[in-house]
Write a protein that binds this ligand. Structure first.
Ligand code: BV8
Length: 261
């Protein structure tokens, strides 16, 4: 990582208070969770985009549930990694930090983050396809596939946003508001392809925020990022964290001039 870039970012963040972090599957890769587009993203030769759709569920709910049950059994035993833990610690360091995640694995919460926006839902939540009621269920494996609603006997579906489905407008509006209000946005471990999540860094940049991207390889967003740190999230974030803590007291007592004062 270019030392002068680290210095600049640490200097800028030393006085920043409102920080947003957009994460994708890459931040969970070092915990052993398969990414979507990486070579490990396949299940029984199916691509995620073909299984994570209402059409696939309509066609074969057992197949789709077998896939989610496989992912749940994979995610249940894994622990958050250093990348997740640094972000959890930054909630007190910055005073006003929000994690906006595309991940459904729940690892940010498991690491201790509290201010989380789950754009695409959560794999530990089931929703009744008839009543719309949502319940938490952490059974792995699921005792019955497909799981059904104990109240009305209708199919449960994962409480997850599938391709072709709109995000919950309340959730997306919150994410958009945080993106427009932040002074800096970290974009970590995402291929920055899936919409509308990939539009959030552009909204933040348009509103004057610094975009700091962390990824093992460049993405379509990299040309618009102010800083690009090539590397694994679980290695880059602890390094930035150490430098930041050397430079600044906890929870932003030092305030920079607010550009929207
Ligand atoms: C919608 C839940 C209204 C499911 C998910 C405009 C143009 C083109 C297409 C569209 C468009 N608008 C809408 C669409 C359609 C679609 C879309 O964007 N398609 C893509 C494929 C082009 N969007 C939708 O359908 C959205 N709904 O827009 O509704 C509408 C509908 C139709 C048409 C118009 C409007 C709903 C999208 C949400 C779908 N659900 N997840 C589940 O999990 O089961 S999306 C899912 O895929 C993830 O949540 C995530 O968002 C995405 C995967 O991306 P990443 O997380 O970035 O993961 P990926 O594997 O791709 O990349 C990992 C990255 O990490 C890589 O860059 C890698 O280099 C890096 N990395 C790896 N290891 C590390 C690392 N980085 C750092 N450290 C490491 N160790």
């Amino acid at each position: 990582m270019a030392e002068h870039q680290v210095d600049e970012v640490v200097e800028f963040l030393a006085g920043a208070r409102r920080v947003a972090v957009l994460t994708g599957a890459g931040i969970s890769a070092e915990s052993g969770v398969p990414t979507f587009r990486g070579n490990d993203g396949l299940w029984k030769q199916y691509r995620a985009e073909t299984l994570a759709t209402p059409e696939a569920f309509e066609r074969d709910p057992v197949l789709v549930w077998e896939w989610y049950d496989w992912r749940r059994s994979l995610i249940a035993p894994v622990a958050p990694n250093a990348g997740h833990r640094v972000l959890a610690g930054w909630e007190s360091l910055f005073g006003d930090l929000a994690v906006i995640t595309q991940n459904v694995d729940g690892l940010h919460a498991k690491a201790g983050s509290r201010n989380i926006v789950e754009l695409h839902g959560n794999i530990w939540k089931l929703r009744c396809t008839r009543e719309g009621t949502v319940e938490e269920n952490r059974n792995t494996p699921l005792p019955r596939i497909p799981p059904v609603c104990p109240n009305c006997g209708s199919l449960f579906r994962p409480h997850i946003v599938w391709f072709g489905e709109s995000l919950d407008p309340v959730v997306f509006d919150r994410a958009y508001g945080l993106s427009e209000a932040c002074q800096a946005m970290f974009v970590i471990g995402t291929s920055a392809v899936v919409q509308p999540a990939a539009s959030l860094p552009l909204a933040a940049s348009r509103a004057g925020a610094k975009i700091i991207e962390v990824n093992i390889e460049p993405t379509p967003l990299t040309p618009q990022a102010d800083y690009f740190f090539p590397g694994k999230a679980g290695e880059v974030l602890p390094l930035l964290d150490r430098r930041l803590r050397d430079r600044r007291p906890a929870s932003g007592r030092e305030r920079p001039p607010d550009r929207r004062a």
